[in-house]
Design a protein around this ligand. Structure first.
Ligand SMILES: Cc1cc2nc3c(=O)[nH]c(=O)nc-3n(C[C@H](O)[C@H](O)[C@H](O)COP(=O)(O)O)c2cc1C
Length: 178
C-alpha cells in the first residue's frame, strides 16, 4: 500500500487547505496517509548547534520514507506561507535529500479569485532545488475557498472534484513508475 504524507502550509484547525488535502487523499483511494506537523520552531542556525530539533528530523525522515507527498498551501500576500517555507528550509538542512525523486502533488486553496495561483508557483519554485518529481498538471487552485467546501469538508463543485481526482490519478501513476 502506498505511503502518502501531507504537508499543509496553514496551521489553522479549520484550514481550507487541510480540507483540500483530505479530499485529495479520499480521491486518491487506498493508501496509508499521515499529515506531518509543520508546527516547527522558526529556522535559526543556533538551533543546529546541538543537533536539529527532533520534530525537524522526524519531518525529513517521514518525507524521505513516503512513496508520495501532497503539499497544500494558502496564499499569503501573493506568496507561500511562512509556515511552509520555514519547514522547507528546515528539511533542507537534514542530510539525505528527503525530496529527491519524490513524486509530489501541489495544490492551493485561497479566499481570493485566483485560488492562490501565485503562491502555488512560488511553492513549486521553492521545491525545485530539492529535485522532486513535481506533477505539472492539472494545476489545482481552489478559489473562493470558503464557498467551495460543505459542512463535512467535501468539495462541492464537480469541476474541482474532477481536477483533484485527475491530479491524484497522476500522483498514483508517478508513484507506480518509481
Ligand atoms: C496574512 C494573510 C494574507 C493573505 N493573502 C491572500 C492573498 O494574497 N491571496 C488570497 O487569495 N487570499 C489571501 N488571504 C486569505 C486566505 O486565502 C484565506 O485566509 C485562506 O482561508 C487561508 O487558507 P487556510 O484556510 O488554509 O488557512 C490572506 C490571508 C492572510 C491571513
Amino acid at each position: 500500500m502506498s505511503q502518502i504524507v501531507g504537508l499543509c502550509g496553514s496551521l489553522r484547525q479549520h484550514s481550507f487547505n487541510r480540507k483540500l488535502l483530505h479530499e485529495a487523499v479520499r480521491l486518491l483511494g487506498t493508501c496509508s496517509f499521515q499529515e506531518l506537523s509543520l508546527d516547527l520552531p522558526l529556522y535559526n542556525g543556533d538551533l543546529e548547534t546541538d543537533g536539529r530539533p527532533d520534530v525537524v528530523e522526524a519531518l525529513a525522515s517521514e518525507i524521505k520514507k513516503a512513496d508520495g507527498v501532497i503539499v497544500v498551501s494558502p496564499e499569503y500576500n501573493k506568496a507561500i506561507s511562512g509556515v511552509l517555507k520555514n519547514a522547507l528550509d528546515w528539511v533542507s538542512r537534514v542530510p539525505g535529500g528527503a525530496w529527491k525523486d519524490k513524486p509530489v502533488a501541489v495544490m492551493t486553496a485561497a479566499g481570493g479569485r485566483t485560488g492562490g495561483e501565485t503562491a502555488q508557483y512560488t511553492v513549486r519554485a521553492c521545491l525545485t532545488p530539492f529535485g522532486p518529481r513535481l506533477l505539472t498538471s492539472p494545476i489545482v487552485c481552489v478559489a473562493n475557498a470558503p464557498d467551495e467546501f460543505d459542512a463535512d469538508g467535501r468539495l462541492i463543485s464537480e469541476r474541482y472534484l474532477q481536477a483533484v481526482q485527475t491530479l491524484m490519478g497522476n500522483l498514483r501513476a508517478e508513484i507506480e513508475r518509481s
